[in-house]
Design a protein around this ligand. Structure first.
Ligand SMILES: [Fe+2]
Ligand SMILES: [Fe+2]
Length: 272
């Protein structure tokens, strides 16, 4: 049976452009030019960034045609976040069986939902809402892709917190534990790593409890939609997921059309 460490080691490292982006992310003075220069070294990263920047999630007033224009419009922080998300999608991509691809598409949808719902939490929701969603189930993509766990009775696409218990029984660690190991290998920042590790732990005391709640609310929405549950049932489930009353279900109801539009367009971008 593959250990957490050996599975994490089997995942490719990030590209030089992605590593450069991590350096830029840590630089409070980062400039548009620095981001553009790093992106120009990796055309597939730049192309996908442009695709996502033009999606309904980022709502450009007019189409963004070149990378410098896109960075100027998105701003430095959002551009770095998006570039890192794209880099991680590229590093963890390639051919994979349909169930793994579905989990990957859902993670991107969860990123989109986090970003939209995150506005409702304001600054409390923290930075990197989209990126956190994209990476949080990287461990699940890996376990499903490698067929490490037999998920027959509990579809990974519609998973709830019980999935971790099933995995721990089978292999001794959960997909959330594995996500932590992969993100550590990539050096993707301790806050995002902690969010991924704790995303099924309702009692986790995360440094930013609102970011933790936001990720869990987005997760609940996406997995509910994937399971074909009615909207009112999903909204009720988010009430149970959310510890605070920062985002009342009435607000989520208003946001629902945007949430659905963003998750669909992001899923298309994830497999483009
Ligand atoms: Fe998960
Ligand atoms: Fe998830």
């Amino acid at each position: 049976m593959a250990s957490k460490e050996s599975l994490a080691a089997s995942i490719p490292g990030l590209s030089p452009a992605a590593r450069k982006m991590l350096e830029i992310a840590a630089d409070a003075e980062a400039s548009v030019a620095a981001i553009a220069n790093a992106l120009e070294e990796d055309k597939s990263m730049a192309d996908r960034l442009l695709l996502i920047a033009n999606s309904p999630l980022f709502r450009p007033v007019s189409p963004l045609r070149d990378i410098r224009g896109a960075i100027a419009r998105l701003g430095v922080r959002s551009s770095v976040e998006l570039a890192l998300a794209v880099a991680i999608l590229n590093a963890s991509g390639g051919r994979m069986p349909l169930p793994a691809l579905n989990v990957r598409k859902q993670s991107v949808a969860i990123g989109a939902i986090s970003r939209i719902v995150g506005y409702e939490y304001g600054e409390q929701g923290g930075d990197n809402t989209f990126l956190s969603g994209v990476v949080h189930d990287i461990g699940l993509v890996t376990l499903v892709r490698n067929k490490t766990v037999d998920y027959r009775a509990n579809k990974p696409e519609t998973h709830d917190d019980g999935l971790c218990a099933l995995e721990k029984d089978a292999i001794g660690y959960s997909h959330a534990d594995l996500a932590g190991a992969v993100l550590k290998k990539w050096n993707v920042g301790s806050d995002i790593m902690a969010l991924a590790t704790e995303h099924h732990d309702v009692d986790a005391t995360h440094a930013n409890p609102v970011a933790h709640e936001l990720l869990r609310v987005a997760d609940t929405i996406e997995h509910g939609v994937a399971a074909g549950k009615p909207t009112n049932e999903i909204l009720e489930a988010t009430e149970r997921t959310a510890k605070s009353d920062s985002v009342p279900p009435g607000r989520l109801n208003v946001l629902w059309p945007r949430i659905m539009e963003a998750r669909q367009s992001m899923q298309a971008a994830a497999v483009a």
